[in-house]
Design a binder for this molecule. Sequence first.
Ligand SMILES: C[S@@+](CC[C@H](N)C(=O)[O-])C[C@H]1O[C@@H](n2cnc3c(N)ncnc32)[C@H](O)[C@@H]1O
Length: 281
Amino acid sequence: MDKTDIAGFNPSGHFDQLSSKYDDLIGLMTGDIARYTLQTLIETPSSDMTIHDNACGTGLVTEYLQHVSSKTGTYPKMIHATDFVPSVTKLMQNKATQQGWKKVDISVMDSQDLTFADGSFDLSITNFGIFFLPDPQKGADQIYRTLKVGGTAVVTAWKERRMMDTVAVAQKTIRPDLESLQSPWAELWSKEETLRNVLVNAGFKAENVRIVEKRTDSVVEPFLRDPEMVARSYPAAVEGWSDEEKGKLGQEMLRIARERDPEGGGAGGLYSVAYIAVVKK
Ligand SMILES: C[S@@+](CC[C@H](N)C(=O)[O-])C[C@H]1O[C@@H](n2cnc3c(N)ncnc32)[C@H](O)[C@@H]1O
């Protein structure tokens, strides 16, 4: 994988700035896909399972697992949640304390250099994290290494991000002098083979790699109800803008989304589509 693919993008600074607002916009989408995956694509984790929530962010994967466990009364043996941005893990720790999570250990760790022993996990979930790594192959190698034989890995990526495309077009209209939002990884990871290849190159058997596509409309209704949410919840979209310019973003996005999809009221300019890889070692 060419490391220059994410040149000019600093994931650490980006997520540090975003952390407290993450769940209000980006997390609506990543959390929706996480819940779909856990509900429909894999079996409910049992009490003898050790789980890795890799590049955990604010902990939406673990939060859902805890929600399920609190209903069934069955908690996995341990969930190890790791992310390399301390402010993000701190937010997750606060959630853990407030919600009384059980058997969750949260730590700061680079997904390219996991300190867990070989074969530690029965289930390893990397929800929208792999493409942020400077070397995604290293991340996939670590997922493979730390998974038990017979264990399951879930790795997700974005095929389409229409909300983000709409943000970028609106940025060009309002502040054509500034560079629009950078996602240098987006084109490469919009191809299914990128996800498939890193998994196979990590050691997973090609015939064990199952990739499902899933659309999420989770931001559509919240955005249509409150178009200002993007400027509020995604600071990178309006960096260097005046308050007046920030106030224009939502309406401009609404106009673009409706133009793209008049019949759907704009949904066609706002949804995202995920690739969800589920693979057994
Ligand atoms: C889009 S968020 C996904 C968070 C979470 N998994 C979710 O489903 O909402 C991507 C996460 O990857 C983390 N990340 C980026 N590079 C990383 C690295 N090298 N090691 C560990 N985590 C990393 C970021 O800090 C961020 O929390």
